[in-house]
Design a protein around this ligand. Sequence first.
Ligand SMILES: Nc1ncnc2c1ncn2[C@@H]1O[C@H](COP(=O)(O)OP(=O)(O)OP(=O)(O)O)[C@@H](O)[C@H]1O
Ligand SMILES: [Mg+2]
Length: 285
Amino acid sequence: MKDSTNEKNQITKQFKCPNCSSIVTYTGLLGERLPITCSACGTKGIINIPGIAVKNNDSAIEISHLKKVFGDLAAVDDISLSVKKGEIFGLLGPNGAGKSTIIRMLCTLSRPTGGSATVAGYDIVKHDNKVREHIGLVSEKMIMYDELTARENLKLFGKLYNIPNDSLNKRIDELLGFVRMEKWADHKIKDFSTGMKQRINVIRALVNQPEILFLDEPTLGLDPQSTVEIRELIRRINTENGTTIILTTHIMVEADILCKRIGIIDHGKIVSLDTPANLKTCLWN
Ligand SMILES: Nc1ncnc2c1ncn2[C@@H]1O[C@H](COP(=O)(O)OP(=O)(O)OP(=O)(O)O)[C@@H](O)[C@H]1O
Ligand SMILES: [Mg+2]
């Protein structure tokens, strides 16, 4: 049986009908799941077009019926949504809503119980290594070694991505400049304020120049001034680098001022998804 792929990642594939053995030709996108009907005997079925591909070129993330169950608890319960390239998308919800569980699955740290998702065009289960190359994560817990300097911390994470020394040193200087912390480069993290630590923690997630940055409650525990600084930094990462950002928060104002669209999560489900302006209108009606 002959298969062929064109430049739009479309593949024409031939399948053998399990009922009458006729050959059926189908064209779809790589990685797509399609309903199929045998033209000879009418038998219906589902086919998987194998491969890795971005299904929608405008999308950074596509989530389809994603689910995570812990025992009896559906922490993430049948979530579907897509995030556009270059967007700041907010996941807003109370404690225990399922925000971090969604982020952990999208970052390939936790395997879904059901459903699927692509991040930067790659399936989070089948192509987890590829996903990791294209993302940065600032998790709820700050990942930083107190006894190392800012530069040493950044270098350590850069090494995990196998970035060669020359490019890594250049990248670290750029990033320290980006957050105006060049003069703190060789000071130990333990001497920094929480706000300064968080600035380094955020640029740490940018060392590999990710297309998509996940920020899980990035202003949690910060004082008002540091909160403003980190929000400003998030905006600049998005506007100056074009990075797609997924942000979780339980602070409505934060989602409102930063995000283009917000998904409100409760008990593992999306209860509302819209622009901040439209969500506010709904609340008032
Ligand atoms: N590894 C786990 N084992 C069992 N239950 C878990 C696990 N991880 C999360 N949960 C549960 O899943 C639910 C969702 O948790 P999650 O951490 O995703 O919520 P969240 O929206 O990030 O909350 P928060 O705002 O407190 O960070 C919670 O009830 C939590 O107790
Ligand atoms: Mg959380």
